[in-house]
Design a protein around this ligand. Structure first.
Ligand SMILES: [Zn+2]
Length: 338
């Protein structure tokens, strides 16, 4: 049985990790610098964040490879390092997971993160399906070589891109999960609806499908709740830690550990199997989520429906806050969130 299913059977939920980029900022990553380079330049910091998420209770850790395709690395003249960076990142996460397993007997799933290329597909842009598949294949094969348990396609906004990434990921034979970001009044930036996304992608041989990043936990849950469950496919909620706002030139996330704990329990009660955080989510937030999920469930929790009213009571009204676009960094082609 695949480790994810084993963990789910044992606990009733699977807890993923939090943010990569926004936690590196606390460790000195400068805005605009590609975090992927840290896997070779500062491996102790990359491994250190994995260790902190594992210690906080994450069952799944994502590799530091969100921008690890040649298209993203080209922006930093590092497109010739795709293989080296993806292998290095996978090995760092693998080592943290293995050390934890040896020390405690608890299995940790290492998921190879595959984020968007940042390019628009034809006919809107220049990227062809074959070019995208080739770029994702280079990344996926290196992640597999580095020892990941599964591949995790995330922060995608178009069907074109998720299909290309899936085609590449499936070549490795590893289990694959895919999440899209719904941040534009209930749809992805490219106009995809969460239910359509889940229905289409659930038929593509994935082990899990869901939503990540975007606005806040209320919006994330609103999107995930619109995804009809599919047999044999887990659902993923990996929401930002509150609403991103620009404060004194920096992006700030207002979510407290308590808010993220409430979001985690609501997600579990809504039938979401894999729960985690995205931008702004620190190991402290994950620890609060773990603590809340580990509490015995109230007997009636399973029969209280998770509907829009309960969502609003627990997390606030979704789509009420439309964050200010901080700068041209938020534009589709150069978005660097995660
Ligand atoms: Zn994010």
């Amino acid at each position: 049985m695949f480790i994810l299913e084993r963990i789910l059977q044992k606990q009733g939920f699977v807890l993923a990790d939090g943010a990569t980029g926004t936690n590196y900022f606390q460790l000195g990553l400068e805005t605009g610098y590609p975090p992927e380079l840290w896997s070779l330049e500062k491996p102790e910091l990359v491994a250190g964040l994995h260790d902190r998420f594992i210690a906080a209770g994450s069952d799944v850790i994502l590799t530091n490879t969100f921008g690890g395709t040649s298209y993203r690395l080209k922006l930093h003249q590092a497109e010739d390092q795709v293989r080296a960076l993806n292998i290095a990142a996978a090995k760092l996460a693998r080592r943290s997971a293995n050390q934890h397993l040896e020390a405690t007997g608890r299995d940790i799933v290492v998921a190879g993160s595959m984020g968007p290329t940042g390019e628009l597909f034809t006919p809107l842009g220049m990227l062809t399906h074959d070019e995208a598949v080739a770029a994702f294949t280079e990344q996926a094969e290196a992640l597999a070589e580095g020892g990941v348990d599964m591949l995790w396609i995330e922060t995608i906004s178009s069907f074109d891109e998720v299909y290309a990434a899936l085609e590449a990921a499936h070549k490795t034979g590893l289990p694959v999960a895919a999440t899209m970001t719904f941040d534009t009044a209930g749809k992805s930036m490219m106009g995809v609806d969460p239910a359509d996304f889940a229905n289409q992608i659930s038929k593509k041989g994935v082990v899990a499908v869901g939503a990540n990043c975007g606005i806040g936990p209320a919006e994330l849950m609103h999107s995930v709740m619109a995804m009809p469950p599919a047999d044999g496919v887990m659902r993923i909620a990996k929401g930002n830690c509150g609403i991103p706002e620009y404060v004194e030139g920096k992006i700030h996330y207002h979510g407290t550990p308590e808010l993220m704990a409430k979001y985690a329990v609501l997600a579990r009660d809504a039938g979401v199997q894999i729960i985690g955080g995205c931008c702004g989510t620190s190991p402290q937030h994950i620890q609060a989520m773990r603590h809340a999920l580990d509490q015995p469930r109230e007997a009636d929790a399973a029969i209280i429906p998770v509907d829009e009213a309960r969502l609003e009571t627990v997390l606030g009204k979704p789509w009420k806050h439309v964050p200010e676009q901080p700068s041209s960094d938020a534009a589709p082609r150069r978005r660097r969130r995660k």
